[in-house]
Design a protein around this ligand. Structure first.
Ligand code: FEO
Length: 392
């Protein structure tokens, strides 16, 4: 795709990755993604903001064929989907200075073997003049690596935010046209990579309050011409109370756990608690992560296999622990044949979750009457706790 004009002398460059279906060999990308770079031409100097993932480097290098000079290559984030083509950009423009945070400098040297002489590090709040345009660098650590920063173009009030506020969507829409679609994709993105850093993100959101922002240009997905849309969504995801919902990831082998899961869903719904159900054998793990942004409680359903939880249940719990959602309660339901340590093993896997563990319900084989009564009790406890916490 050709460079696309955003404003006078400001262009979107980059690549749309329509076919990509997995990020980090882990995260499903049902809608592909994009790697956005931006060209800012001032009256004296020209800056390129970020680059693209190496497999699509030719897209960017072709777009740069008609660019006669780059004085500054700005790298917001050392992860290779944005930094991976910087060595080729520097080869084409050997006099360009690579602008980064000090932390990013070390990481780019480690990850891409870029020579030390190429760098100019910038402090938080430092400005750089391009002539008639001024760039201000805002350190925004942990969105989602420690070195991340953003750039604010003062004259146009555009925030180039890199991963912060991004969404994995492959689209030819330069700007957000369907806020519902982008909300879902940005929430999934937040859940998968930003949620573990909620506390630091809160500080970054606070920091941005002092800037008048007319546009947010992220490094994935379309540009926000109505930035309040995504900033308010982030505030809700980061600071909002958990909701009156249970995330229920489960796996079942011979229907015993499934019968318990189905029963618990019914009795929770009867008590006014909504449930998001995920069969871990087939689910899109990104959907589960998205649900964890709001869930007030997590209930894990698993049979006992080889004396412990089913490996898929262990995977789901490991992921939930790593994502650090704001759920306040957790329980475990499931079945066993003759014994095991399912509850102890799962309970030992959630040190990051600030949850109260509610009495698990395990049935020996198919659930019997006493097990259904225990599930009634579990549903009532969850419902009462959600009410007491004021979850809506
Ligand atoms: Fe889009 Fe953290 O890279």
């Amino acid at each position: 795709m050709k460079p696309r004009k955003m404003k006078e002398n400001i262009y979107w460059l980059g690549a749309i990755d329509w076919d990509r279906r997995l990020f980090d060999s882990l995260i499903p990308l049902p809608d592909g993604t994009s790697y956005n770079a931006y060209l800012i031409q001032g009256s004296e100097k020209t800056a390129l903001v970020d680059s693209v993932d190496p497999p699509l480097r030719n897209e960017l290098l072709t777009q740069l064929k008609e660019v006669t000079k780059i004085d500054y290559m700005i790298s917001h984030h050392a992860e290779q989907d944005h930094s991976g083509t910087i060595p080729q950009v520097l080869s084409k423009f050997p006099n360009a200075k690579l602008i980064t945070s000090t932390k990013a400098k070390g990481m780019l040297i480690d990850l891409l073997c870029i020579s030390e002489e190429s760098f100019k590090t910038v402090e938080d709040g430092e400005s750089l003049s391009l002539g008639d345009k001024t760039l201000k660098f805002i350190h925004t650590p942990w969105v989602h690596w420690p070195e991340t920063m953003a750039t604010y173009l003062q004259e146009e009030k555009i925030l180039f935010s890199c991963d912060f506020f991004g969404s994995h969507i492959a689209t030819t829409d330069l700007y957000v046209t369907d806020e519902g679609r982008v909300y879902e994709a940005a929430k999934r993105y937040f859940a998968e990579i930003m949620m573990p850093f909620r506390n630091v993100i809160e500080k970054n959101l606070e920091k941005l309050k002092s800037y008048k922002i007319k546009m947010i240009a992220p490094s994935h997905g379309p540009i926000y011409s109505r930035p309040s849309f995504i900033m308010e969504a982030y505030r809700d995801w980061v600071l909002g109370s958990p909701k009156n919902r249970v995330a229920l990831p489960y796996v079942s082998m011979h229907e015993s756990t499934k019968q318990m899961v189905d029963y618990l869903v019914t009795v929770l719904v009867n008590r006014g608690v909504n449930v998001d159900l995920f069969n871990l054998a087939v689910t899109d793990i990104g959907k589960l992560a998205t649900t964890l942004v709001d869930a007030g409680s997590i209930v894990v359903g698993t049979p006992t296999v080889l004396a412990g939880p089913h490996p898929l249940a262990a995977y789901g719990v490991f992921l939930a622990n790593a994502l650090r959602p704001k759920a306040r309660f957790l329980s475990i339901i499931g079945s066993y044949g003759w014994g095991g340590k399912t509850v102890e093993i799962l309970a030992g896997m959630i040190p990051n979750l600030k949850v109260e563990v509610i009495e698990p319900v395990l049935s020996k084989g198919l659930p019997a009457e006493r097990d259904f009564r225990a599930l009634d009790q579990l549903a009532e406890t969850i419902s009462n706790k959600h009410k007491n916490q004021g979850f809506k």
